[in-house]
Ligand binder design. Structure first.
Ligand SMILES: Nc1ncnc2c1ncn2[C@@H]1O[C@H](COP(=O)(O)OP(=O)(O)OP(=O)(O)O)[C@@H](O)[C@H]1O
Length: 496
């Protein structure tokens, strides 16, 4: 019955014939068909010598030989290189553009992710003469507009219909960017108020972190974008577009008319690259709550000897409190910083940038901000609080073991949580999970400092909320990613 139900789920026509990324191997840049020499050089300057499997698969579907016959939904493990998978074909296909217009839009849920994606585009688009813009609300609206649209001086102060795109074109408004990376809120601001900002010429829409973006409506940004990209035959841009289509054959507009919401997504755009969750990554585990739990974390951090790691908590408040508490362990001698939605964006971005540079070792974070964030050298992820959902586990664990490296994901759980954890592991299709025990001598050593009463009140409130159980389990999940196209969980002792 369950099986029948699964089979009856309607699948969009363009999704019916999936390409199995695991069948692809890495491929040296020298062998990638039609790769633009400047793009190859840009990749080499980034230290990249091969395309990862997902990148090759998307390349074949888009640049060649697939010729972008259909829209794409990319589903591959965290850290497997999805950003370049969509950025490379877009840059290659736009490299022959004649008229500068906004041709590609990448929508991501957070500012830090947008900055990260823009950096990737900058590295490969600039050498091909393409301009990449950012609309995330990092600077003032006026500054941002001046980066995105050229406004001729003679129209400043002039009154006209902001929806009259042809008139704006005649007046000399012009896009300063070919590719725009945006968060939905600021994108909507520009759509609603920025003179000369138009999506009329969009050929590529990327919805990154799709499941999250589509779950959160953000002022109905997607229906608005789709509506605005519908072509208008009388448009004055027609001539420029024909020229563009003539020179870049692959970029013709394809319209699909089907009945579902998702079809609507696919209906009015030329090419849509959608990035979905990494369903193949094994999900994990959740946390415990006892009085000594923070001590286990301290002991674990000590044993990691200052390697870069991210500690996940269940909420922004927990991240804040835990971070404060950890700082009280003076002999920990590890620099720890908080990263959460409670902080101002500027603080958050600065923290992330310092963490990337290795200025401190441990980032304590809640979930919301870390989707898709790529920090080189994170060897361990610690779930201080066990995630409720498999998907959350996967995204947390995916901050390590990126780009073919190995990493570990620790989860602290109490006895009460063992059953739930096992269930989570089963859902994650992880047959077992090794158990790691922190020596009790280490915990006893830390106890006097912990109980000395020098911690702030909020800490005690937090601790008193936990259960009275003292026995902890600390599990280690070793994530091995050998080729970048899959992650395996390796068992080293029997948890299950
Ligand atoms: N072909 C490549 N060769 C070497 N490194 C690469 C290659 N492609 C991407 N990388 C590196 O791999 C890391 C992960 O890439 P990326 O952030 O695109 O992964 P992702 O699949 O989007 O992950 P997530 O699902 O977590 O967002 C980045 O540091 C990136 O620089």
């Amino acid at each position: 019955m369950e099986e029948e139900k699964q089979h009856s789920v309607p699948v969009l026509p363009w999704m019916r014939d999936p390409v199995d990324v695991t069948l692809f191997q890495q491929l040296s840049l020298d062998s990638v068909p039609s790769l633009h020499p400047s793009l190859k050089l840009a990749l080499e300057n980034m230290g990249i010598s091969d395309l990862f499997p997902v990148q090759l698969a998307v390349w074949q579907e888009t640049v060649g030989p697939g010729n972008f016959e259909r829209d794409l939904c990319i589903n591959s493990p965290t850290g497997s290189g999805k950003t370049l998978a969509y950025a490379l074909p877009i840059v290659q296909l736009l490299s022959k553009r004649v008229v500068k217009c906004l041709r590609a839009l990448v929508v991501v849920p957070t500012r830090d992710l947008a900055l990260q994606v823009k950096r990737v585009f900058d590295a490969i688009a600039s050498p091909l003469g393409l301009h990449v813009g950012l609309a995330v609300g990092q600077s003032s609206v006026a500054d941002e507009i001046s980066q995105l649209v050229h406004i001729p001086e003679n129209v400043l102060g002039m009154c006209y219909d902001p929806e009259d795109v042809s008139l704006q074109f005649q007046l000399g408004f012009q896009s300063k960017v070919d590719i725009l990376v945006a968060t939905p809120g600021r994108l909507m601001d520009h759509i609603n108020t920025t003179k000369g900002f138009t999506l009329e010429h969009l050929h590529y829409l990327v919805v990154d972190e799709t499941d999250r973006l589509l779950r959160e409506a953000y002022q109905s940004w997607l229906p608005t974008v789709l509506q605005l990209t519908e072509s208008n035959d009388d448009d004055i841009f027609q001539a420029a577009d024909s020229l563009f289509h003539f020179s870049v054959g692959a970029l013709r507009t394809r319209r699909r008319c089907q009945g579902y919401t998702w079809n609507k997504l696919a209906a009015s755009l030329t090419e849509i690259v959608i990035r979905a969750v990494d369903s193949e990554i094994v999900p994990t585990v959740e946390i415990c709550g006892t009085k000594v739990k923070p001590l286990y974390l301290v002991a674990l951090l000590k044993s990691l000897e200052g390697e870069k790691c991210i500690v996940f908590t269940k909420s922004v408040e927990s991240a804040h409190r835990l971070c404060k508490l950890m700082k009280c362990f003076e002999d920990l001698k590890i620099d720890i910083k908080e990263y959460s939605g409670l902080q101002h964006q500027r603080v958050r971005s600065k923290t992330l940038s310092e963490f990337r540079k290795g200025a401190f070792q441990v980032l304590v974070s809640s979930d919301a901000m870390t989707r898709g964030i790529d920090v080189e050298g994170v060897r361990s992820v610690i779930n201080y609080d066990m995630p409720k959902y498999v998907k959350t586990y996967v995204h947390r664990a995916g901050r390590t073991a990126r780009a073919g490296h190995t990493g570990r994901c620790f989860t602290l759980i109490s006895e009460d949580e063992v059953r739930r954890f096992k269930k989570l592991m089963r859902k994650a299709e992880a047959s077992s999970c090794p158990e790691h025990t922190v020596p009790s001598s280490l915990i006893e050593e830390l106890q006097p400092t912990y109980e000395s009463g020098k911690y702030v009140n909020s800490t005690f409130v937090y601790i008193s909320q936990t259960t009275a159980k003292h026995r902890f389990r600390c599990t280690i999940l070793n994530i091995i990613s050998s080729t970048g196209h899959g992650l395996d969980l390796r068992e080293s002792s029997g948890f299950a």
